[in-house]
Design a protein around this ligand. Structure first.
Ligand code: DC
Length: 208
């Protein structure tokens, strides 16, 4: 099977959990493109690079290469000997990642890394079904109301729901350009669905 399944969607719409479950059900890896953007952001933070300086970021990626390791249940990102994985979902990274992800050459760098990975896989992000894998056979796009997304994310962050919701809405705006659904994607609003129901819908779409 050399199938590529793309699951795109807005921040905290449940993409990672859904993609990981779908991948496990199909016994194939899942790829989190957000992890790579987050890892670049963490590198910028560690090296204290000016986040607006695209050239310096690209030079840092040459001297400090990042490697994404996809597994069916999770992804890891390594920088040389350093496992970056547990540092990727902090509020500092959340705040800076959109700015980093807007640099066109950073996007090109991420996309080159993603395109090197051998199919089959489930790819999750913002532009997997549009810019990176337009040839994918099965495309899905997840949305959810911002309140619901904030409630979900509150389980993983120390901040209160109102400030998480405000940060998510800000990031929705910042991410707007690269977050358009592919024309041939199936849209799923996950607000009133359980994780299992979303996974079921996607697996049904893949098998029809
Ligand atoms: O999916 P996520 O919240 O982990 O993504 C983190 C950030 O990376 C998000 O704010 C936008 C950016 N991103 C992107 O621009 N394109 C992708 N394919 C994946 C993520």
């Amino acid at each position: 099977m050399t199938v590529i399944i793309t699951i795109d969607g807005i921040a905290a719409s449940g993409k990672s959990s859904v993609a990981s479950r779908v991948a496990r059900a199909l016994n194939i890896p899942y790829i989190s493109s957000g992890y790579l953007y987050r890892a670049v952001t963490h590198l910028v933070y560690v090296l204290q690079i000016d986040p607006s300086n695209q050239k310096a970021i690209l030079e840092a990626l040459e001297t400090h290469p990042l490697t994404l390791i996809p597994h069916p249940e999770e992804n890891e990102v390594w920088q040389g000997e350093h496992n970056y994985t547990s540092a990727l979902h902090t509020s500092e990274v959340d705040r800076m990642v959109s700015e980093i992800a807007q640099h066109p050459q950073v996007r090109d760098w991420v996309n080159v890394q993603l395109k090197k990975l051998p199919a089959p896989f489930v790819a999750e992000g913002r532009d997997m079904g549009t810019a990176v894998f337009p040839q994918a056979k099965h495309k899905f796009y997840l949305t959810a109301r911002s309140k619901v997304r904030a409630q979900r994310r509150a389980k993983e962050r120390p901040e209160d729901i109102a400030s998480i919701q405000a940060a998510l809405e800000l990031r929705d705006q910042e991410d707007q350009v690269q977050s358009k659904p592919a024309e041939d994607a199936l849209l799923i609003d996950t607000s009133d669905l359980t994780l299992e129901q979303v996974v079921e819908r996607i697996l049904k779409g893949v098998h029809t």
